[in-house]
Design a binder for this molecule. Structure first.
Ligand SMILES: [Zn+2]
Ligand SMILES: [Zn+2]
Length: 149
């Protein structure tokens, strides 16, 4: 366990370390085209804001106007995805030890190819649903930043 409260995870080569803020029990799946290109499949992740990610081989890639992705430059392990503005932090579920993890949420479900699917009774969200959730949140953060000056 780390001082942050959860277990300490690492990438395939050990170059990148993740000190989890807690031990999550739910997994989210993203079927978007970017995640599928990034991971060669849907990306499965846990939400663990406040986790501390360190390592000499950690590279942060700006993948869009809104978000960035972290990976290990030596072994290629996918580590995290987070918005550039905001506390959310998704950590690759594959880094976690075996546990009582369950898929509870699938996002960008409309972008999922037909050749795979999960046998999970998860909440499935489309791009429209995601826009409804994230649009006001991002707009509010932009406004709050302008307000603070
Ligand atoms: Zn590595
Ligand atoms: Zn995605």
């Amino acid at each position: 366990m780390s001082e942050a409260g959860g277990p300490i995870l690492h990438c395939l080569c050990g170059g990148v370390e993740v000190r989890l803020s807690s031990l999550p029990e739910t997994v989210g799946v993203c079927h978007c085209a970017m995640c599928r290109r990034w991971t060669s499949g849907p990306w499965m992740a846990v939400q663990a804001p406040g986790s501390v990610i360190t390592g000499d081989t950690l590279v942060i890639y700006s993948s869009s106007q809104f978000a960035e992705r972290g990976f290990c430059s030596r072994c290629g392990s996918h580590i995290f995805h987070r918005p550039k503005d905001g506390p959310e932090l998704a950590i690759s579920a594959g880094l976690l030890p075996e546990g009582r993890l369950a898929i509870t949420r699938e996002i960008f479900h409309h972008a999922k190819p037909l050749w795979y699917r999960f046998d999970a009774s998860s909440r499935k969200r489309s791009a429209f649903g995601m826009a409804l959730e994230w649009g006001p949140k991002l707009a509010w953060r932009r406004f709050a930043r302008l307000w603070r000056g």
